[in-house]
Design a protein around this ligand. Structure first.
Ligand code: CTP
Length: 469
């Protein structure tokens, strides 16, 4: 988890872009790991291709873990779904960057020889290609290398990020060091600037790596998850709804079940199947129903003070913010102008948080807090910027807030992926790359499980200190 940073994440100059990072067998190959991190920080979804000799400098595992995509190393290998990996990359990437690029790569590419996944992807793509060479000084100045670079630049239109001068692997000094990484990032940003995102549909991009299985670290915990969108009736046939499908909430419920938790799902309108055989499921339609059922699931009708009946609440539902003040009992007919009067709905998450923390509507202490303190998680679907997320976390008094920009490609409603930032009450912000919703769910539950363990350890320590007094 990262600590407090001065500003909330900006969209990033490569937000929504797919960048294919080709790494060839130079001593500078290790720098590609940091380049991958910089590209991810700019918002790019990155997929990595390694030449056979690159794998002798850096293993595919670190690249796979950081990029969340399987790494392409073999030109003949197929993806699990039968697609050809380097062709999928060539067809969906917004840019291909080869860094470091060896003299051998430059020569093979200049002659159209597609003997490995990187040259094959470059040959097959219509995306811009950025090449950052790195090699010994004499190799760089050799006429063959210079001719190959000139051909890539002038005949193929590739952007060349020239190597820098400095100490080289040979112990000598000269021109041949891989260019500074920010200069390579800038070249990629410039290369894609004029074109729209090429393939926003994650299904047409390279697959995501399978989620890492977690241990049963939520055994004995009761996790309550709300999912889907509420519907507020206008008349018996019409309603005000929203685009939520319930995918994120259901992914969280399934992940919690797989990790041993007892799970209650309070489902508003969802368009995905619910794990009804494994979880307790309550269905609701309106915000008012959601409030009743949720308070009942959390506090079982009893006064909230006292012992907690749940360990965590994840409020993934898209709750309507307004409801018609006077829904009609009869179907409204066409013919006349219609003005709908709307009133705001109560903020359910803020209300649950107040009840758990023993506060009244004004935030003053009213009754003992619920013990042990449950972990409360909110979601914030924003459009354009996540600047309001930290204020929302404080206003709702939650422990964790999962914020995402629903206008970003691959994020938001109806997709299988999400790119989120998890904020915590201590001011920490954890920016996650584009991940499957299941992996987002597991990353969130990692935090929930850790917070619950911390809570119990602190309570245990306090009890022991009390007993020793
Ligand atoms: N939420 C809630 N009750 C509401 C509205 C939202 O419990 N009436 C919950 C959502 O389930 C989510 C979190 O509050 O976990 C944030 O929802 P969001 O719509 O982003 O925030 P709002 O408080 O509605 O703020 P705004 O509409 O100003 O963005």
């Amino acid at each position: 988890m990262s600590g407090e940073r001065p500003a909330v994440r900006q969209a990033g100059r490569l937000a929504g872009r797919l960048v294919a990072l080709g790494v060839t067998g130079s001593i500078a190959a290790y720098k590609a790991v940091e380049l991958l991190r910089l590209l991810t920080a700019e918002g790019a979804d990155v997929v990595v291709l390694l030449s056979p000799s690159a794998t002798r400098f850096v293993g595919p595992l670190s690249f796979a873990a950081l990029s969340r995509h399987p790494v392409e190393t073999e030109v003949m290998d197929l993806l699990p779904d039968g697609r050809i990996g380097h062709i999928v990359i060539a067809d969906s990437a917004d840019a291909v960057v080869v860094a470091p690029a060896t003299a051998h790569f430059l020569g093979a590419m200049a002659n159209g020889m597609a003997g490995d996944v990187i040259t094959a992807a470059c040959l097959a793509t219509s995306a811009p290609v950025v090449v950052a060479p790195a090699m010994d000084g004499d190799m760089w100045t050799h006429p063959a290398t210079q001719a190959n670079v000139a051909r890539l630049r002038d005949a193929f239109g590739y952007s060349i990020v020239a190597p820098a001068s400095g100490p080289l692997a040979s112990g000598q000094s000269g021109v041949g060091r891989l260019a500074e990484l920010p200069a390579i990032v800038d070249a990629i940003v410039a290369a894609v600037a004029a074109s729209p995102v090429r393939q926003p549909d994650p299904a047409a991009r390279p697959p995501l790596a399978a989620a890492t299985p977690r241990e049963a670290d939520l055994t004995g915990r009761h996790v309550v998850v709300t999912a889907g969108g509420t519907r507020e009736p206008i008349d018996p046939v019409r309603f005000i709804g929203n685009r939520s499908t319930g995918r994120m909430g259901v992914a969280i419920a399934e992940a919690a079940l797989d990790r041993g938790a007892a799970v209650t799902i309070v489902a508003a309108d969802v368009s995905v199947p619910l794990p009804e055989d494994r979880a307790r499921v309550a269905r609701v339609e309106t915000t008012a129903e959601l409030r009743d059922v949720l308070l009942d699931a959390l506090f079982e009708g009893a006064a909230p003070a006292g012992e907690a009946r749940f360990d965590a609440l994840v409020m993934a539902a898209a709750v309507a913010d307004f409801t018609p003040t006077h829904p009609s009992a009869r179907k409204l007919t066409r013919g006349e102008d219609l003005t709908l009067e709307l009133q705001p709905t109560p903020d359910l998450l803020a209300e649950v948080a107040r009840l758990c923390r023993g506060l009244d509507a004004e935030g003053a202490a009213a009754h003992p807090p619920v013990r042990p303190a449950p972990v409360l998680v909110g979601f914030a679907a924003e459009t354009g910027s996540l600047d309001r997320a930290a204020a929302k976390l404080r206003a709702k008094r939650v422990d964790l807030l999962v914020a995402n920009d629903v206008t970003e490609a691959g994020s938001g409603f109806g997709t299988d992926t999400n790119r989120v930032m998890i904020l915590d009450a201590a001011g920490g912000r954890d920016e996650l790359p584009l991940l499957s919703k299941r992996e987002v769910a597991d990353r969130l539950l990692d935090r929930v499980a850790a917070a619950l363990d911390e809570r119990d350890t602190a309570a245990q320590t306090a009890r022991m200190q009390e007993a020793q007094r």
